[in-house]
Design a protein around this ligand. Structure first.
Ligand code: URA
Length: 209
């Protein structure tokens, strides 16, 4: 598999295990999703370019490194991706947030956009799409397509759990998009749920089931 980085940090793995547990309630699930996203974001931003600036410390002038290059935007995919946002903006408070809503047409199985609100300067930003589950990859591919049409050049995808099928489909359709995930699970079942996965992430976050 190309273009996929599994974030195997022990804290990420521990939090994902707690999220998988059927006995974990919505409040804890939301907190874990946010904390996991924050930790994963640390890895997904590892390649941000740095520049050197001079800073006066209380003792002396110092050559210091600060983040440079393009600004960032995060695009959570509704609904589940929303739960990753708080942790991320805690780490990167200057990043802008766009939102994309996509549903699967039950007749055609195509991914259909129903909502899209992006920062007006999105084309000038590097973008990290966030979604908790990368299942078939249809939603992710559609989101990448929307962002590319809006002029975005550099796109990453950050998901907490991925299926092998989803990774393959995103790699095939968008070979330029790097995927960051906490786990690649075994497979999709007949209902396109990830096995073992963690169930319906949206329902678990919002308590809708
Ligand atoms: N979406 C979910 O919330 N869970 C899955 O297992 C697959 C897609």
């Amino acid at each position: 598999m190309q273009n996929v980085k599994i974030i195997d940090h022990p804290l990420v793995q521990h939090k994902i295990s707690l999220m998988r547990d059927v006995n974990t309630g919505s409040k804890e699930f939301r907190e874990l999703a946010s904390e996991t996203a924050m930790l994963m974001c640390y890895e997904a931003t590892r390649d941000l370019p740095l520049k050197t600036v001079e800073i006066q410390t209380p003792v002396a002038m110092a050559k210091c490194k600060v983040v440079s290059g393009k600004k960032l935007a995060f695009v959570p995919v509704l609904r589940a991706g929303l739960a990753m946002t708080d942790g991320i903006i805690e780490l990167l408070p200057a990043a802008k947030i766009g939102h994309v809503g996509i549903f699967r047409d039950p007749e055609t199985a195509n991914a259909v956009e129903y909502y899209c609100k992006l920062p007006t300067d999105i084309a000038d930003r590097d973008v990290i799409i966030t979604d908790i589950m990368l299942a078939t990859g249809g939603t992710a591919v559609k989101t990448v397509d929307i962002l590319k049409k809006a002029g975005v050049k550099n796109i990453k995808l950050m998901c907490i759990i991925a299926s092998p099928e989803g990774i393959e489909n995103v790699n095939k359709a968008c070979p330029d998009v790097d995927i960051y995930c906490g786990s690649v699970d075994e497979k999709l079942n007949d209902h396109n749920y990830i096995v073992p996965g963690l169930g319906d992430a949206g329902d678990r976050i919002f308590g809708t089931k």
